[in-house]
Design a protein around this ligand. Structure first.
Ligand code: GZL
Length: 309
């Protein structure tokens, strides 16, 4: 090992950091952007190498991204599925290539649960229940005989939308006065939220509606723009309940423009890296990991922790 008069240090076996393919569904909200940032920051902190792909809210594109990860033979795939169905084929290809898949955020529907290692997300049904609870509590002492609710839904076939709707319906169903009189779909985006709300206002009398339940803050921000073109005072004439707890929505809660903000916690990074570290250390990983979250309303609007998103 003596070359040209100097000893060449024997190469120590450098363990290669695992390479992680991360397929994110899109960048449609501050919530989503922070969800991505939280996971990538923690992966970097623990020296994982990351191949990140943005699916631009297109499932076909996400499936191609996962195929790219398989071709690169990454050590593990993190997938934030846009919608619930249509993932079996590509998950079977990953399994055949012996690449584990960690599902984050929304659910995906598979018959064979071994197609993914774990699912790390929020309980969207509980978020819907909390939204419904706020509504029934708000009208508990009211003599109003009817509580008419307009629901602004997120992306069709997205578990976040389906389960929020299910949880909300569960809870308001306990008050015989409460009814969802109309449902409009804003696809979890601000632009679509504004468009479908403006369309609803054009064809209906919004003053007949008591409550707007919106599945995400981005859609609520769009809907508020349309509502402000009318005489209806958001947060006063129209009770507004929304989900995510983005900083921009907390500010609206604090000035009384909305009444209840159900938190959906995007800070998944620590939970994801903890699961990866356990997997690569050969330890057990639970099949479902739920993130902690809460609800904000006028009662605690002045005590909301900094949102970071
Ligand atoms: C929920 C997530 C939803 C957020 C929206 O976990 O899937 O998608 O509530 C985002 O901000 O569009």
């Amino acid at each position: 090992l003596l070359l040209a008069g100097c000893a060449v240090k024997p190469k120590t076996a450098v363990t290669k950091s695992p390479v992680i393919g991360f397929s994110q569904s899109g960048t449609e909200s501050s919530w989503r952007k922070f969800h991505t940032k939280s996971i990538r920051t923690e992966l970097k902190r623990d020296n994982y190498e990351v191949m990140y792909r943005n699916g631009y809210q297109n499932q076909e594109r996400q499936i191609q991204d996962v195929r790219t990860f398989i071709a690169y033979q990454v050590d593990l795939i993190i997938l934030a599925p846009l919608t619930e169905h249509g993932w079996e084929p590509v998950l079977k290809e990953a399994k055949k290539a012996k690449i584990p898949v960690v599902v984050v955020d929304r659910h995906l529907e598979v018959n064979d649960q071994s197609l993914y290692l774990t699912h790390i997300s929020s309980s969207f049904k509980a978020e819907g229940q909390r939204a419904g609870l706020y509504v029934t509590n708000h009208f508990a002492k009211s003599k109003q005989r009817q509580i008419k609710i307009l629901e602004l839904n997120g992306t069709a076939d997205a578990s976040a939308a389906k389960l929020r709707q299910e949880g909300f319906a569960d809870t308001i169903g306990r008050d015989p006065r409460a009814h969802i009189t109309a449902t409009i779909n804003g696809d979890f985006t601000r632009a679509k939220g504004e468009e479908v709300m403006a369309d609803y206002i054009k064809n209906h009398d919004l003053s007949q509606i008591d409550v707007l339940f919106s599945h995400s803050d981005e859609m609520t921000l769009g809907a508020l723009k349309a509502i402000k073109q009318t005489k209806i005072r958001p947060g006063k004439d129209l009770i507004i309940v929304t989900v995510d707890a983005q900083e921009n929505m907390i500010r609206k809660l604090q000035v009384g423009e909305v009444n209840c903000v159900v938190e959906c916690n995007p800070d998944a990074g620590w939970y994801v890296v903890n699961a990866l570290n356990r997997y690569f250390a050969g330890q057990q990983v639970p099949h479902e990991i739920y993130m902690p979250e809460t609800t904000f309303s006028e009662s605690n609007a002045d005590k909301v922790p900094t949102r970071n998103y």
